[in-house]
Write a protein that binds this ligand. Structure first.
Ligand SMILES: *Cc1c(COP(=O)(O)O)cnc(C)c1O
Length: 400
């Protein structure tokens, strides 16, 4: 039996390869940063990195590494327990309270990843008589979390506020008790920012709650990096925030939900990825507390990040590339065909620029792209080097 399954799997893999959709991982031999080394046949090669979620450049920050080492020494390597049995150290509560204070919420609850936070947040809060109204481009973890919840599901086309209003009306007609609108704060594949003022206005009008997954914003967007609610001026109108410690905030791992006290208290009792999965490692918790302290004060890094974003956008536009418009450090270079995105990624790799091609199933078919991401860890020279490499590679492949 298992041999037959493996034959079938080999066919699937061959098809993925034939469709140009096969993803290969490259091995990095340095810490994560703006300039990294990757393992290559003739020895390590140094490349400019344009594909990390390391927006503030904190992934190799010496103060965060020192804090993580202190956490390791004072609190040990691992907890070998879920939180409610014997896996809660003062460190975990300190991190939760740091997140809550940073985001202006009563409390926060940690998960092993934001994938788990989104996977676990809906099911305890909403039941069959409730409704979730979700943006069509929301992250895979939100889609999975919504599937695990018994509430009725409604979907609106990305950013379409008329459709959102229609769905709210439909949810009311279906007799929904509670309604929750859920959106990414920044849509990771396109770099678009959610229209939170309109969403919050509709939420008020239709008596719905708002949840924002701010993974691609917290730390680098908005006042003090507090994310899209401050960036768009809706402040505390967002009821539930989810986010990650694996991007701007040091880039290690871990996710959280931040919200009012009753919501967090119920998640602690009922959220399945919280109840049935191990506690965050002490070193990660200690380093993440320091990362949030640094992020809150990091206007210099946010200014550098914004300057890089502007410089790269303008340079790439001048070179003739098709970019998706936007203001975030996510700058997608549209190539449409998966194979071309892969060829371009390879050509850039040869020219010393590390990027990732994105194609189906991560983005829709025909919308393949290279998603570049700016980082405060990059230098102005790195940006200019990258634009020159894109231009040269683009010409050699007949893209520009
Ligand atoms: C990265 C990301 C996640 C997953 O976060 P992890 O902590 O890496 O699991 C969830 N939602 C969005 C929008 C993301 O960009």
């Amino acid at each position: 039996m298992s041999l037959k399954l493996e034959d079938h799997i080999r066919q699937v893999l061959t098809q993925i390869e034939a469709d140009g959709l096969y993803k290969r991982e490259r091995n990095i031999t340095s810490p994560q940063s703006g300039s990294i080394t990757i393992a290559a046949a003739g020895g390590d090669r140094r490349v400019v990195n344009l594909c990390a979620n390391n927006y503030l450049g904190l992934a190799d920050h010496p103060d965060i590494i020192a804090a993580a080492k202190q956490g390791l020494d004072a609190f040990g390597f691992g907890m070998a327990s879920v939180r409610f049995i014997c896996g809660t150290q003062t460190l975990h509560r300190e991190l939760e309270q740091t997140i809550a204070r940073y985001l202006g919420k009563d409390d926060a609850i940690l998960f092993a990843a934001c994938f788990d936070a989104n996977g676990g947040v809906f099911e305890p809060l909403l039941e069959a008589e409730d409704a979730i109204i979700s943006d069509s481009l929301n992250h895979a973890s939100i889609i999975d979390g919504v599937r695990l919840c018994k509430a009725k599901r409604f979907r609106f086309t990305n950013g379409d506020m008329n459709e959102l209003e229609d769905r709210l009306k439909e949810a009311d007609q279906a007799g929904s008790r509670f309604k929750l609108i859920v959106t990414d704060g920044v849509f990771s594949m396109d770099g678009y920012i959610a229209n939170l003022p309109a969403i919050c206005e509709l939420a008020e009008r239709y008596n719905a709650l708002v949840m924002v997954d701010d993974c691609h914003a917290t730390g680098h967007l908005g006042e003090a990096g507090r994310g899209t609610p401050t960036l768009t001026g809706v402040g505390q109108k967002v009821d539930i925030l989810t986010g990650t410690l694996g991007k701007s905030l040091g880039g290690a791992m871990g996710g959280y939900v931040a919200a009012s006290q009753p919501i967090i208290d119920l998640l602690r009792q009922r959220a399945r990825p919280y109840l049935f999965s191990n506690s965050l490692a002490p070193a990660v918790a200690a380093g993440s507390i320091k990362a949030i302290e640094i992020a809150e004060q990091a206007d210099d890094r946010r200014t550098t990040l914004a300057a890089h974003t502007k410089r790269f956008r303008e340079g790439m536009q001048a070179a003739g590339f098709e970019l998706l418009q936007g203001e975030t450090p996510i700058i997608p270079v549209m190539l449409h065909e998966a194979r071309l995105a892969q060829d371009m990624a390879r050509a850039l790799d040869e020219r010393g620029v590390f990027v990732a091609g994105f194609f189906f199933p991560v983005v829709p078919k025909g919308k393949a792209r290279i998603r570049t991401q700016m980082s405060a860890a990059l230098t102005t020279q790195d940006i200019d080097f990258a634009i020159a490499a894109f231009t040269d590679a683009g010409k050699s492949l007949g893209i520009i």
